[in-house]
Every structure is written in structure tokens, then in C-alpha cells.
Design a protein around this ligand. Structure first.
Ligand SMILES: [Cu+2]
Length: 699
């Protein structure tokens, strides 16, 4: 069992596999216990993404570094270049060469560069990120008169700090800038001292190239760490109680999940594909020959494939975790871990869970995406392992939510507490999602995301009880006397975190106004738009512009003017297929999610099955704060609009406060190729004038 130690276990297994071949081996196979996980995975061991090193960090003395924490200025450099490297392909059991735009910076792993480095900061810090665009020249960035909602300027970029509560203006989180090739720009984020600690992320957000760049892997974690203790009148950071019994920090894993949708091109610039049956037009995979180099260079290639719905499944590529395909995680039985799940991809819905792998499962050398569902059926036979979500989109929830899976739509984050109850291998699975719950608009097949090797530890049968005991004991030992009993009691009572939530509930009486939003795709021609008037599906005239007028993005139009200090209730809908809504700057609290029959499926224990298949993503979200949320509509066929609206459309209510920050920013669909093609609006928060109006237009 020495062979199952954490470090180097893979190398040992691979060596043993060689021995088994040489010796023909039954007796040696017994040494392994279970069959090795390596064969179904890349064999690459999971590590957290590298931490972006500060400029001059190597030269800085310990005393200087200490002086900078916890507040102070942090200087980072991020450079964007083309990077030549490789991505593991489980179907062919070889690495595909790729040539992709990527973030580089001090600390990036040269063997796994297709995840951006983690930026780790603390509340109250001033964060300077100098973005250096070293991509080749791109005349489409400066051409005038072209259609703004046609993808363009693929080498132009900018930087978005997704979820951070900072100014959207000037050189802060301003996504209305274009940092063109050859240009450097210094972003400065003044993270306020009262900013929540949590899991955020960053990515490029230049309208016209956002999907292409994010699909190349240009995304990274942005983690705000905090050590504020709760007091009787203020809430603290959940980080302070996430500790082991010896008060060391829990294992803290950061997973940036991405869909890097590279294509290998033939001499005509067409994506190389595999047809099944061979003489059909049914594409079942994008393929690469051994000397090919995969690229992400077009939204639509000449042979008609590109970023459209279902394209991720068609490509048969693999979700990467920190740039690795099917990595292996190493854990210990009974030891709680914090998993920060970040959906940094574009074209897939991830239903993230764990299933115990049956012992002595056969070794399978190549496992294509199309074979993963059968592999899971036959080998990952355990029930879904319950685990607990503790934060949504970086914001600590009022109570941990026990879930069998977490549905991650593009842009989502969930922080989870995971306890593997016993030793053995656990499959990390992406369970199937129903058509209406999935970016692909079709039921997805199960995929294998990785494998967890759980070594011997202290087995637990009641993981809820173990977590309640641990965290309440930690609270009693470390928290101030005036809050510790209350906090410990709430932790013992179902892991309630009321002393750690960053935002108080928004009561109905606090609401001062309303906003309405409808996403829509008009066909033909395909036109992406957003409307400002909610639909009553039972009394609806699509030809009446006072009822329905979705407009494509116009950079010169402010679609909504919002009042600083105001509190709006938003009604969110989609008229055709589902879209993840994301708004910058201020998060929102979910009030209700009603299905077409009027049932509120955000309630804990609700069953969302309006599409005929149970969709686990909404139940339990009532009251949760987020910055990105799936807006569901079951219409998949354009001919069904508007006749089937009444049986297809969900209506979602959320509330939000416009606090502290003014200026112009955006809301948009986080299927980023929809955003690039016009599913976005400009919104502006202005200062009240003291007389019921807004002061920003004064002269
Ligand atoms: Cu969309």
C-alpha cells in the first residue's frame, strides 16, 4: 500500500503497469488492490492553478511583504500571447498540439499553461494588473463601419473581474475598453475593505472576441481571502472557520473548468471531423492527426461548424480542469476539503458530482467522450456522493445546501465542502443535464471529468454530522467570546452560516423600483437581442413593440438607467431557448423561479420537471445571492414561438441594491458567443438629484 501514497503514486502505477505487461501478471495485479485510475485519466495529478506572482516579489524582503498585508498595493503583470503547448486527448491516448491565445505571467506552469494564474487578494487592497497585449496586429479592431455584433477583433482584448464589487468605470472593471494588439493598460481595482471574501474569476470581455478568447482558455480564478471574525453586529469571512481539528486550513482546491474548443484544420481551413456512419453527414467528433496543431480562430469555419448550439458535444472534446484533461485528485478518507468550482467555459453545462468507482474495475486504455457514459454506467456504480455547497458565485450562503450535484452554467461558481467517507477511487462525473437545463439545448450524455484517489484516513458514515462537529468545535476555539456560542450553535443546527453572509436579505418593503428583461433570438436571420418588457405568455402579441421589442447590442445606447441607492426587483425571462443572465458590479438575491405552470421551483425540495425530465439546478436557490443565473425557456424550435410560450417559459424574480458605484457597465448572456453577437445591454447607475430624479444629466 506504499504505492498509494499521495506524491508520485501515478508514476508508481505507470511503472507497475509496465511490470504487469512484462510479467503477465496476476500476482502483481493483486498488489494494486483496485485497478489503477490512470488508464481512464490523463495521469496528470491535479494541482491548484499557479498563483500569479507579484511584480518584484522575488526581490521583496519578508518585512516588505508583511508590510503589504493585509492592505496595501499589489502589482501584477498579465501578458497575452500565443502559446504553443499540448492538451491530452483520451480518445487517442496522445497529446494534441495546440496554438492558443493565453494569459501568461510569473508562475504559470509551462506544462499546463491553458489556465490563467490565480490572482489572490485581500479586502482593502489596491490591485494593479498591467495587461500587455502581445498578440499580432488585427485591423478589424480599428476598422470603422463594420457590424458591431459580428464577431471581430479576435486579437483585441480587455479584462473583466467577474463578480468583484468594484467600480465599473475608468481603469477599474471597465469592459467597454478595447486593449488592441501592441497596447498595454494598467487596470486598478480598489477592493473595498468591506468586500466579501470568496471565489471570483477573471476573463477577457472584449465585445466581438469574448467567446473566442475564453474558449481558448483565457480565464483564471480571482480569490479574495479574508480573516475577519464575526462580531455581534457584523458578519465575518467563512474562511476563518474552514479549518481542521488542529486549526490548519482545510485542503483548499481551486478548479477552473473550461471547454477549450480547439480545431485542427485541413488545407481549405475546414475543421477536420469524423463522420459516423462514415459516409454520412453526421459529425461525431473534431479530430486531429498527429502532426496537426489545434487552434481556436473562427466562430464559424467554412464547413459550417463553429460555436453554435451542440458544438461542444459535436467536437467530442473534454472539459479541462486547470488546463488538464481528466486529472487525478488525491485525497484522504474523512478529511473535509473545500472545492472552489469555477465554470470558466462557454458551451457546456456541467452537472458536477462524485460516484464511488467499483473495486477492480477493468483497465481501459482509451476512453473517448462518446464512451464515457457507458464507462460510468459500468464502473462508477456508487450513488452520487452528497456534498455541501457553502457559497454561490463567491457569496457565502445562509446555510450549507446538501446536494448530489452542482449545476454549473457558464460563469457560475460554487464553493463546496466535500468529505470522501472511505478510501477508494471516486469518479468525478458530469451527470447528464436535460435539454432545457443545458447550454447544448439537448440532453447531455454523462462525461468523466477526473478521478479522486482517496487514501486511508478516518472513515466517516455521517458526513453531515462530522462537518457540524468539526466546524462548531473550531468556532468555539477561535471566535470571540461574544459570538462563539451563537455561531457554534448554528453550525450544529444544519450548518447555518448567518454570521458569515455578506449581504442581508432584501425584504419586499425595501424595493423601490422594477426592471424587466427578456432574452430573445429572432430567426431568420439569426438576431440576438434583449427586451425591456416582460412577457405575459397568455396575453401576448409579438408584433406589438410596446409588448415585445428585443434589441441587439448598441454600444451607443444606454438601455437602462438605474439610481444609486435604489433597490430594484427584476423580472427575468427568455422567449427562445435558455440563457445565463449575468450583470456586473452588484449581485442579486433570488426571490422566485416559477415554471410555466406557476410553481415556484426555487423552493428547497421542489421538483422542476416541466420539460418532462427532472432538472436539479433550481430547487434550493430561493434567497441565494448570485451574479449569474440560468433563465429557462423550453422552446427549442423557432416555429413554437410564441404559440408554446405558455407551456415553456419560466419567470424569475431577483432583487438587487445599487450600492456605492456609479457608471456605465453591461448585463449580458454568458453564452459568450451570444454576447458577442448582441445579447448584451449597457446599463448606467447614476446619482439621485435629491428631488426624485437623477443628477447625472445636470448642466
Ligand atoms: Cu444566450
Amino acid at each position: 500500500m506504499v504505492l498509494r501514497r499521495r506524491a508520485g503514486s501515478f508514476a508508481n502505477k505507470l511503472n507497475l503497469a509496465g511490470l504487469i505487461c512484462a510479467a503477465g501478471g496476476a500476482s502483481i495485479a493483486l498488489l494494486l488492490g483496485a485497478a489503477p485510475a490512470a488508464a481512464q485519466t490523463s495521469g496528470q495529478v491535479f494541482t491548484n492553478p499557479p498563483r500569479l506572482q507579484e511584480r518584484g516579489a522575488a526581490q521583496r524582503s519578508f518585512l516588505e511583504a508583511a508590510r503589504l498585508a493585509p492592505s496595501g498595493r499589489r502589482d501584477f503583470d498579465l501578458t497575452i500571447t500565443y502559446t504553443d503547448n499540448k492538451i491530452w486527448n483520451p480518445a487517442t491516448q496522445r497529446f494534441d498540439k495546440v496554438h492558443l491565445r493565453s494569459y501568461t505571467g510569473d508562475g504559470v506552469n509551462p506544462d499546463a499553461p491553458f489556465v490563467a494564474p490565480v490572482i489572490e487578494v485581500r479586502p482593502g487592497q489596491t490591485i494593479s494588473v498591467t495587461l500587455r497585449n502581445k498578440l499580432p496586429a488585427d485591423p478589424s479592431c480599428t476598422a470603422h463601419g463594420q457590424a458591431v455584433n459580428t464577431p471581430h477583433c479576435f486579437n483585441g482584448t480587455n479584462l473583466h473581474s467577474h463578480g468583484l464589487w468594484v467600480s465599473p468605470s475608468g481603469n477599474s472593471d471597465n469592459v467597454l475598453l478595447s486593449i488592441n494588439p501592441g497596447v498595454s493598460f494598467e487596470y486598478i481595482y480598489n477592493l473595498p475593505p468591506d468586500h466579501p471574501a470568496g471565489t471570483f474569476w477573471y476573463h477577457s470581455h472584449r465585445h466581438g472576441s469574448t467567446a473566442l478568447q475564453v474558449s481558448s482558455g483565457m480565464a483564471g480564478a480571482l480569490i479574495v481571502r479574508g480573516d475577519r471574525m464575526p462580531t455581534p453586529s457584523t458578519t465575518g469571512d467563512i474562511d476563518v472557520i474552514l479549518k481542521n481539528a488542529d486549526l490548519t486550513a482545510l485542503e483548499d482546491r481551486t478548479l477552473v473548468l473550461q471547454q477549450i474548443q480547439y480545431a485542427c484544420l485541413d488545407a481549405s481551413g475546414n475543421v477536420k471531423v469524423k463522420f459516423d456512419p462514415p459516409n454520412s453527414q453526421n459529425i461525431v467528433a473534431w479530430v486531429c492527426d498527429p502532426n496537426d496543431v489545434g487552434v481556436v480562430e473562427q466562430y464559424n469555419y467554412p464547413n459550417g461548424v463553429g460555436f453554435g448550439p451542440g458544438s461542444w458535444e459535436q467536437s467530442a472534446r473534454y472539459t479541462t480542469i486547470n488546463g488538464l484533461v481528466r486529472p487525478v485528485f488525491q485525497a484522504r478518507a474523512g478529511l473535509p476539503e473545500r472545492w472552489r468550482l469555477i465554470h470558466g467555459g462557454v458551451r457546456d453545462t456541467i452537472t458536477f458530482g462524485f460516484r464511488k468507482r467499483k473495486p477492480n474495475a477493468p483497465v481501459i486504455t482509451a476512453l473517448a467522450a462518446s464512451e464515457a457514459a457507458r464507462f460510468i454506467e459500468e464502473n462508477c456504480t456508487g450513488d452520487l456522493l452528497p456534498y455541501r455547497q457553502i457559497a454561490a458565485d463567491g457569496l457565502t450562503m445562509g446555510q450549507a445546501r446538501a446536494v448530489p450535484t452542482s449545476t454549473l452554467q457558464p460563469g457560475y461558481r460554487y464553493d463546496a465542502l466535500v468529505v470522501f467517507p472511505e478510501a477508494g477511487d471516486y469518479c468525478v462525473v458530469n451527470e447528464s443535464a436535460p435539454a432545457g437545463g443545458s447550454v447544448s439545448r439537448q440532453p447531455t450524455t454523462r462525461q468523466l471529468l477526473g478521478m479522486v484517489e482517496v487514501g486511508p484516513g478516518t472513515p466517516v458514515t455521517n458526513t453531515t454530522g462530522a462537518l457540524q462537529d468539526l466546524l462548531s468545535a473550531v468556532a468555539l476555539r477561535i471566535l470571540p467570546a461574544d459570538v462563539r456560542d451563537k455561531v457554534a450553535g448554528e453550525l450544529r443546527d444544519g450548518l447555518k452560516f448567518t454570521s458569515f453572509i455578506p449581504h442581508p436579505d432584501i425584504a419586499p418593503g425595501e424595493v423601490t423600483g422594477k426592471q424587466e428583461l427578456v432574452f430573445f433570438i429572432k430567426i431568420p436571420p439569426v438576431t440576438f437581442g434583449v427586451g425591456n418588457k416582460a412577457i405575459d405568455p397568455r396575453n401576448f402579441n409579438p408584433n406589438d413593440p410596446s409588448q415585445f421589442n428585443p434589441l441587439p447590442y448598441d454600444p451607443n445606447r444606454i438601455d437602462r438607467v438605474l439610481k444609486l441607492g435604489g433597490v430594484d426587483e427584476w423580472t427575468l425571462q427568455s422567449g427562445f431557448v435558455s440563457h445565463p443572465f449575468h450583470i456586473h458590479v452588484n449581485p442579486f438575491q433570488i426571490v422566485s423561479i416559477t415554471d410555466p405552470s406557476g410553481k415556484d421551483v426555487s423552493l428547497p425540495g421542489a421538483v422542476d420537471n416541466a420539460g418532462g425530465t427532472v432538472d436539479p439546478q433550481y430547487p434550493g436557490l430561493k434567497g441565494v445571492w448570485k451574479d449569474t443565473l440560468w433563465i429557462k425557456d423550453l422552446i427549442e424550435n423557432p416555429a413554437d414561438f410564441p404559440s408554446k410560450l405558455a407551456t415553456s417559459m419560466y419567470t424569475i424574480k431577483v432583487r438587487t441594491r445599487y450600492q456605492r458605484y456609479i457608471g456605465e457597465f453591461v448585463l449580458h448572456c454568458h453564452i459568450l458567443d451570444h454576447e458577442d453577437q448582441g445579447m448584451m445591454q449597457n446599463v448606467e447607475i447614476q446619482i439621485p438629484d435629491g428631488a426624485g430624479g437623477l443628477a447625472a444629466r445636470h448642466h
